[in-house]
Design a protein around this ligand. Structure first.
Ligand code: NDP
Ligand code: DXP
Ligand code: MN
Length: 384
């Protein structure tokens, strides 16, 4: 018999958030929502609150919170706001597990606070681990908290892990290659926002979709894998697999390779993080391998320099990954507003990384300082 888990879901109005609620709907009697948290999307938050009846609904944006309070005044739901509201929603006593599905580094503080309060983390928000991986993992270890990966590749690796982590030879992270797999640097000059937003296999939020197209998503995932599985960068390899069926692999000392396969549907890794250490049945469409050809290719580090940049930042460590991530968030946001060209995104990230004076201290203040310096510098580069 499964025991009931009580969740706070951050990022409920986004792609992972909506799919998490679908998992909750199907896992009847196993999951209960204490709080939903999001940014500005009042209309969708109202709909979700009416359907899932959380005790608390939080909007980061104050105006959005005011509007939501008005819309939900017929229900006994507390509407909270801002970072304080988000943090209260994750530290509440009745919460067992926090699903972190905000987009961007803004997820770092609530994740740290949830860990301090002893919660289990179902982690989708990879920017949190890129910016503050050492701090997050050491805080989790100190509090004996589980960090369960939601990102599809990391869930796959987690599912392929054996008892003895020291027998891992390498992790093989698969990447779809995005919409521009096989394109030369010259051809990439013609990329438009519309092409870049068309991922071949996955339906995701805009920021991660652009990251997939530049391969920065895979770079962020290399750093995420390093922290989650305590594997050195030399032991993490990226392999392009355009079909997105093999979600990642682990190779052991004896040459045996274990892989996890599935349809490109995030509900499976989300459900696994929430059902762990068991598995739950579900009616989601199953993988059918008949007639499918699975292929694997070397990444093109020259046409997609984001991957090399992320390896360099991860290897150097200190505040460099936080600066790289912040510059990327700003540059991608500018590309989404048509203020920067496609190739300009990684040019800006590369320039900010080159200029960043790396600090080795990994306390929260150093990370946040590096993050705000990099955001400011990236904005300046966008304006010039
Ligand atoms: N989508 C996917 O399939 C996958 C996503 N991930 C990771 O999961 C995370 C979420 O991705 P995804 O769901 O695609 O993103 P979306 O853009 O679809 O959703 C982002 C969510 O975060 C909220 N949000 C954004 N900025 C803020 C902010 N400053 N303060 C408070 N809330 C904010 C949004 O609220 P609102 O819209 O109300 O403003 C929304 O609920 C990312 O870190 C991504 O890399 C990892 C693997 C797969
Ligand atoms: C669904 C998921 O986990 C994404 O991170 C996905 O991996 C993106 O696809 P790419 O392999 O193209 O980056
Ligand atoms: Mn992924």
């Amino acid at each position: 018999m499964n025991s009931l888990k009580t969740l706070t879901l951050l990022g409920s109005t986004g792609s992972i958030g909506r799919q998490t609620l679908d998992v909750v709907r199907h896992a009847e009697g196993c999951l209960k929502i204490h709080a939903l948290g999001a940014g500005k999307n009042v209309r969708l938050m109202e709909e979700q609150a009416r359907l899932f009846r959380p005790a608390v609904a939080v909007m980061m944006d104050e105006t959005a919170a005011r509007e939501l309070r008005e819309r939900l005044k017929d229900l006994p739901i507390k509407v909270d706001q801002g970072m304080e509201g988000i943090i209260n929603s994750v530290t509440a006593e009745e919460v067992d597990t926090v699903v972190t599905a905000l987009s961007g580094r803004v997820g770092l503080e609530p994740t740290l606070e949830a860990i301090k309060a002893g919660k289990t983390i179902a982690l989708a928000n990879k920017e949190t681990l890129v910016a503050g991986g050492d701090l997050v993992m050491s805080s989790a270890q100190a509090m004996n908290c589980k960090i369960l990966p939601v990102d599809s590749e990391h869930s796959a690796i987690f599912q392929c892990l054996e008892e003895n982590p020291e027998t891992i030879e390498r992790i093989i992270l698969t990447a779809s290659g995005g919409p521009f797999f096989g394109w030369s640097k010259e051809r990439l000059e013609s990329v438009t926002l519309e092409n870049a937003l068309r991922h071949p296999n996955w339906e995701m939020g805009a920021k991660i979709t652009i990251d997939s197209s530049t391969m920065m998503n895979k770079g962020l995932e290399v750093i995420e894998a390093h922290h989650l599985f305590n594997v050195a960068y030399d032991g993490i390899e990226v392999l392009i697999h355009p079909q997105s069926v093999v979600h990642s692999m682990v190779e052991y000392y004896d040459g045996s390779v274990l892989a996890q396969l599935g349809r490109p549907d995030m509900r499976l890794p989300i459900q696994y993080a929430l059902s762990y250490p068991t598995r739950w049945k579900n009616p989601f469409e199953r993988l059918d391998l008949r007639g499918k050809t699975l292929t694997f290719h070397e990444p093109d580090f020259e046409a997609f320099p984001a991957l090399a940049l992320a390896y360099q930042a991860g290897r150097r460590g200190g505040t460099l990954p936080a600066a790289m991530n912040a510059a990327n968030e700003v540059a991608v946001s500018a590309f989404l507003q048509r203020k920067v060209s496609y190739l300009g995104i990684i040019d800006i990230v590369g320039e900010v990384c080159a200029e960043h004076k790396v600090l080795d201290s990994m306390d929260l203040d150093s990370i946040l300082d590096a993050d705000s310096w990099a955001r400011h510098r990236a904005e300046e580069l966008i304006l010039t």
